[in-house]
Ligand binder design. Sequence first.
Ligand code: HEC
Length: 143
Amino acid sequence: MLNLFIHPKRIFLVLFVCFLAFSIWIYAIPFFNPTPYSKKELHLVAEGRLVWQKYNCHTCHQLYGLGGYLGPDLTNVYSRTANNEAYIKGIIKSGVKQMPAFEISDDEMKALLHFLKNVDATGTSNPQDYQPEIIGTFSLEKK
Ligand code: HEC
């Protein structure tokens, strides 16, 4: 009886059905959880990421705790500072301590700010706030 059940073909079939169901579930998630961002907004965020890379901000700054360590983590800089956009613009245009001033065009600055805003909305910088879950993902529970 047991031998009949653990036949390789059956095991393959069960695993294949699990794989199929899991794949359908994963691909269906976006349909049930539409993103709160418009297409235009997402385009700006993607462009902002390219600006972030073009000027090598990541060599000195971390996002979500990853990156260079000369400057502070910028994951939540967008919401941390009062009058955030003016503050961030000012720092980028005039530099501070070891950070050089960057000559960034207005369009690039706009995209970069959208990127930082999006990063801020999607995570926190302190890994000590991350709570590992049994399924291998993390939940964000602020202590
Ligand atoms: C050469 C290293 C370096 C690079 C490259 C660099 N920064 Fe900085 N940045 C720093 C340092 C160091 C500080 C912190 C100065 C201080 O202690 O006040 C800083 C501070 C900042 C702050 C203020 C952070 C806060 O917590 O108040 C912002 C915002 C910022 N940088 C954005 C950027 C962006 C955007 C880029 C890319 C265009 C960039 N930085 C590239 C070194 C760098």
